[in-house]
Design a protein around this ligand. Sequence first.
Ligand code: HPA
Ligand code: ZN
Length: 333
Amino acid sequence: MAPETPTPSTLPKAELHVHIEGALEPELTFDRARRNGIALPYAGVEDLRGRYDFSDLQSFLDLYYTGMNVLRQAEDFTALADDYLARAARQGVRHAEIFFDPQAHTTRGVSLGTVLDGLEASLSSSRERFGVSTGLIACFLRDRGPEEAERMLDELLEHSHRIIGVGLDSAELGHPPADFANVFARAREAGLHLVAHAGEEGPAEYVWQALDVLGVERVDHGIRAIDDEELVKRLARDRMPLTVCPLSNVRLRCVDTLSQHCLPRLVDAGVRTTINSDDPSYFGGHVGDNFEAIEHELGFGVPELRELALNSVEAAFLSESERDRLRGEVHSG
Ligand code: HPA
Ligand SMILES: [Zn+2]
């Protein structure tokens, strides 16, 4: 069969901001609930999907943490990652750096080993089966505080060869990056890559802290940087990547409409922006759907979309030979 002609949404790209637990589709939620003997408080798949109407980040997180309760055994995490990879591959993803939330599992009695075994059973052959290379980034739940994050890091360091980095996510307001200075310093010492959600709902000040206190290599979201001219200049000067998630920002009402999104202003200011799905099951699509949305709503043309895809390759935690291979794919895709 001849390969399909790439469209903006299937352009080869890397995805750098996707929470694997946010790729849990309602169909898989019900399937795993049945296998694990868990009663769900929803009438069915459509009832569950119908509740994906969020007023802010917290209203999403409530459903997100409830949904992942069906993930109990290693094979549940394997099925989840396989499902994500199949969908992402259809939208041009060739490399994915995938977030997971260890504390969201360990605090309900599912061990870190079970989560990692399950995810690895899928990801270790992602390249052969889906044409997608992968790495895992463990995120600390900022609303559970720095002491618990320190203990989680102790545990993660026993498995440090199984992850490429650490991140910071969950409810942002009132939980500034600076609280996690020591956790991130220790992770850096251990040779892990560092990223953090900052400036999604929280202020530009949190982005400054992610840069200057945590020393992150990418900022996840970062859209509130647009409120601070000096910060935008700093991001542009340092070629600091932002992993922007346009459909997520609309669904969580961080922006009113996609047409008002600050993405074009960030791009024009020279900030290295990448496009990502965040939680594809909950926010209306995978990364290719986000590309399509900014094409239609923000008027991005194919050359600009290709530039965003190239940014994702430049911002990925890849060896230079892997980066070169992917650059070639974006240029010819
Ligand atoms: O969009 C998000 N923001 C913060 N934490 C999260 N955890 C999953 N998705 C998100
Ligand atoms: Zn996120």
